[in-house]
Design a protein around this ligand. Structure first.
Ligand code: SAH
Length: 264
């Protein structure tokens, strides 16, 4: 069978550079036992992954044509290829053991992919992925930078994140309009944040949704006793000035100051 015809709506840009593919696969440093490759396409990463015999490899691919191609070229992996949408996959149901992720991700859904990583952090010890450079930078960005945002804070609370290297469009067929970046996320020691985690997510989202506003204004949607905290320095800060630790402290303060019964 011939090559897979690239489909734009599936974000298909096939990497056509063996040494970059090898470098991405070698970026899985802490030898993981089980690895799920997201969007293998024609298997450019897969061909290096199968050379690492200690890895128990699974693939998830949404495109039938790619699944046929993979089944033909990686016959041994046949039963390990899942035909489906990664975003709809119930990782907890499928995997009882920790599973690391790797992929040249479909760029149109890289945000949702990383939210899914955050939600399944207990199951995912490591992620190595190529995505649109801006999004890769955003995930790896620290406080004080323009790109620092919701995903940076949520993921950095649970992962050590490194921006590894940049990849130019001309090594893909067809070339994407944007540059690409490879990042690695390695789960840190934090099992649980020392605050209400659901509230933490709500606070981080509320604050970055109104990026230009002082935190005092962004917190209007959250129910707590604002009077008690009214002179706190956090309230006059900008979102990008808040470290992960600051967001945790802020969440703890909100928890410690519930709204008074007679407040509206
Ligand atoms: N890894 C290959 C292909 C990258 S293109 C390479 O480097 O050449 C992105 C791949 O993700 C495509 O094969 C596309 O079909 C697949 N894909 C897109 N959306 C997906 C989804 N929701 N779940 C699983 N795979 C998806």
């Amino acid at each position: 069978m011939g090559k897979v015809k690239a489909k734009k709506h599936l974000g298909q840009h096939f990497l056509n550079d063996q040494s970059i593919a090898q470098r991405i696969v070698e970026s899985l440093t802490y030898p993981p036992e089980s690895v799920l490759e997201v969007g293998p396409g024609m298997g450019v990463l897969t061909s290096f992954l199968v050379k690492r015999p200690t890895i128990n490899l699974k693939l998830i691919e949404i495109d039938t044509e790619s699944v046929d191609y993979l089944t033909e070229h990686f016959a041994k992996l046949k039963t390990n290829i899942i035909f489906g949408d990664f975003l709809k996959l119930d990782l907890n149901e499928l995997f009882q053991q920790p599973i690391s992720l790797i992929g040249n991700f479909p760029y149109n859904i890289s945000g949702p992919i990383f939210f899914k990583v955050f939600e399944n952090r207990h199951l995912i010890p490591q992620v190595v992925g190529m995505l649109q450079k801006e999004v890769a930078e955003r995930i790896a960005a620290g406080p004080g930078t323009k790109t620092y945002g919701v995903l940076s804070v949520l993921l950095q609370a649970f992962y050590d994140i490194e921006y590894l290297f940049t990849v130019e469009p001309d090594v893909f067929i067809p070339p994407p309009k944007v540059r690409s970046g490879v990042i690695r996320l390695v789960r840190n020691q934090t099992e649980k944040l020392p605050c209400d985690e659901v509230l933490f997510v709500k606070v981080v989202k509320a604050i970055f949704n109104q990026r230009r506003k002082a935190i005092r204004n962004s917190l209007k949607s959250i129910d707590f006793n604002k009077e008690a905290m009214s002179d706190h320095d956090f309230l006059t800060r900008r979102p990008e000035q808040m470290s992960v630790a600051d967001f945790i402290t802020l969440t703890q303060l909100i928890q410690a100051n519930p709204s008074l019964p007679n407040q509206e």
